[in-house]
Structure formats: C-alpha cells, structure tokens
Design a protein around this ligand. Structure first.
Ligand code: TTP
Ligand code: MG
Length: 355
C-alpha cells in the first residue's frame, strides 16, 4: 500500500515568531541568535536577512559584516517551545502517526485521510491553514510516498510552499538536485562527491551500488537508493506508554535502610534516564516492595509538578519508602515507578545551548 507522508517545516521559525511579536521587526532583516561578537552564532535569520547571505550556524561576527543594519536579537526558547506544542497538537489532530524532528518540523503519515475526494495536498493545505489560524505563522509542506522525499519537497518552495513529489516527477526532481541538498550528504561528503565529479542527482544516478559502497562504505547503498526515490515510509512514533518503572530483587532478604535507599536512589536515576530518552515527565510516583512472605506493598503519591529528574523521583520515593516499609520486616524486592506520563518537550535543545 502506497503511503502518504507529509513533512511540515515552519518558515524561518524563530525569526518569524519574533516578527509576529514585534511588529517593528516585520519586513526587516532580523537575526536571531547569540549576540556576542566573539562567540555568538546565528540560530536563524528572517528571509529579508537571508538576502544578505546570513544563515543558521554562521558566526554572529560574519553576519554583522554581511548585514550591518540588521536587527540582532537573542532567542526566547520558552516562546518557541510553546508554539511548538501548539503545532504538534494540530498535527496530532490529523494523525496519530507523527514523528517530530525538531521544534519546528515533523513527519505525518496521513494515508488514512486520503480518498478520491480528498487529496494529500488538500490535507497539507488544511494543516498549514490551521497552523496559521492558531499561531499566525506560516509553514511549508512536502508530500510524497516516503519520508526523505517529503522532506525534500517541503524545502522546494519555501516560504509558504506546498509541494508534491510523486512517481511521475520524482526522477526529474532528483536528477536536477545539487548533491549537497541530498539528505544525509553533509559538507564533507559533498566535497568528496565533487572530487568524484558527482555534482547532482543525475551524476549520482550513474553510479552502481557496488562503486558507491566502495567509496562511501555502508552509506553507499542508501545513496544508491536515494538517487532512485527509494526510502523508508515508516515513522518512528513514541509508543503510548503509561508508566516507567524499575525494580531490583535482592540476593537475600534485607532490612538495612541505608542500603535499600541507596538502591532506590539508583533505580530512580534509571527511571529518569528512561524518561529522558522519550522526553517524558510524570505526575505520580509509586514505590513497591515485597516482603519475606512474598506480599507486595505499594504506596503512591501525586507530585505537585510533572517531574523527571532522578533527584525529584528519589525525593518522592524516599518519603514513600518510609511510609510503606515497616521497620521489622525485611524485604526481598524494591521498585519505583513514575506514571501519569506526559510529553515534556519535543526535542532537547542541547545543541543550541551555547547561544
Ligand atoms: P530550520 O527549520 O532549519 O530553519 P528555519 O525554520 O529558521 O528556516 P526555514 O524556513 O529554512 O525552515 O530550523 C528551525 C529553527 O531551529 C530555526 O528557526 C532556529 C533553530 N536552529 C538553530 O538554532 N540552529 C541551527 O543551526 C538551525 C539549522 C536551526
Ligand atoms: Mg523551519
């Protein structure tokens, strides 16, 4: 069954939000990022500023040389995150199969919405309209039968674009595409490609899988496929999980509070790690223990705020342990679980933390 994948990406995301919230920035070259001339980096630039050659990841100093009259502002991550939450909610109102890639972009599988009367393109336009009505921000979308083609498509007509790549035009699009624009081809690979006289998709298409593997190792196969419009249409979707828990069974029954609490602390950290991977926070902590007679005792507690660090989890677990454990009864197992989970944010921002 052919799938319909949409990739949606907000236009000049941080910059557009700043222009929305500060009318005096509209229509002007705006650069969002670290303002320090010695070590600041551009997060993004408005389309007006891009005309001067300013782009993401460029040192602020370089941007100043290219665009001395631009407006330079620091990012407001809290605002971007809350807008991100709004757009992700819109995506989830269209499909359960949503794979966020960063704060401002996601893949959606909308196969189930498409019919003779309703094209994938019209669904994409509806989503873009909903985003605009809710946030007053524009986005671009790409529609295709697999993920990487949808992503290529969303970049083809920015800003405010809606672009379809289908079987009839896929080879035309790929052959004309500069090699550096292929997903997965970074600056280093691009240089190597050029040294091999591969400048665009048409050049890449001429290469056999064997020769590409010889030059690029395992990635050769993926490049061979990408030149032909072949790629995955499986989205990685967070499984719906109700709780995250860890437990330990002791080698022998134990009644040493200090030792048990140390164990509980370690388990709290493990729960936190597991929540970290999925960017969850939770609102209920449960401590469970099994006594010598194999009876299970649990106690749980609602937290004041959604929690996720090992320290926070252990804070609650520590108190619950003292409520549930009777001083004279040794235990054979202890566990801690966090439930009532919710999404914390859609991606951690560590790569931008240096701003
Ligand atoms: P992008 O979607 O790559 O860029 P963009 O939304 O600003 O512009 P475009 O219209 O081309 O999509 O990234 C989304 C946001 O992520 C961007 O607004 C700022 C942030 N970002 C950085 O902080 N550093 C970076 O190097 C990049 C690429 C993005
Ligand atoms: Mg974007």
């Amino acid at each position: 069954m052919e799938r319909r994948i949409i990739h949606i990406d907000m236009d000049a995301f941080y910059a557009q939000i700043e222009q929305r919230d500060h009318p005096e920035y509209r229509g002007r070259p705006l650069i969002v990022g670290g303002r320090s001339l010695s070590r600041g980096v551009v997060a993004t630039a408005s389309y007006e500023a891009r005309k001067f050659g300013v782009h993401s990841a460029m040192p602020t100093r370089t941007a100043h040389k290219l665009c001395p009259d631009g407006i330079y502002v620091r990012p407001r991550f809290d605002v971007y995150k809350s807008v991100s939450k709004e757009i992700m909610e819109i995506f989830l109102s269209y499909s359960e199969v949503v794979e966020p890639l960063s704060l401002d972009e996601a893949y959606l599988d909308i196969t189930h919405l498409v019919s003779r009367e309703r094209t994938a393109k019209s669904v994409a336009l509806n989503i873009q309209r909903d985003i605009f009505e809710k946030t007053r921000l524009t986005s671009s979308s790409g529609i295709s039968y697999n993920k990487y083609l949808a992503k290529i498509a969303s970049g083809m007509n920015k800003p405010k674009g809606t672009t379809v790549i289908h079987y009839d035009n896929v080879m035309e699009v790929l052959k004309a595409m500069p090699i550096g624009k292929f997903p997965g081809v970074g600056a280093v690979t691009e240089e190597k490609m050029k040294s091999l006289k591969i400048y665009d998709g048409a050049d890449l298409y001429e290469w056999s899988e064997l020769d590409l593997t010889r030059e690029f190792g395992k990635r050769g196969t993926s490049l061979y496929k990408k030149a032909r419009g072949i790629g995955t249409n499986e989205l990685s979707v967070d499984r719906v999980r109700k709780s995250v828990g860890k437990e330990t069974t002791f080698d022998h029954d134990i009644n040493d509070d200090e030792y048990i609490l140390k164990t509980l602390e370690g388990l709290s950290d493990k729960v936190s790690e597991s929540m970290e991977r999925r960017q969850f926070a939770g609102r209920v902590v449960t401590v469970k223990l099994k006594t010598q007679d194999f009876k299970t005792h649990t106690k749980q507690m609602m937290t004041t705020n959604p929690i996720f660090t090992g320290e926070e989890i252990f804070h609650y677990a520590y108190n619950l342990y003292h409520e549930v454990k009777s001083p004279e009864a040794p235990i054979r197992l202890i566990g801690v679980t966090v439930s009532h989970l919710e999404e914390r944010s859609y991606r951690n921002l560590t790569i931008y933390d240096f701003l």
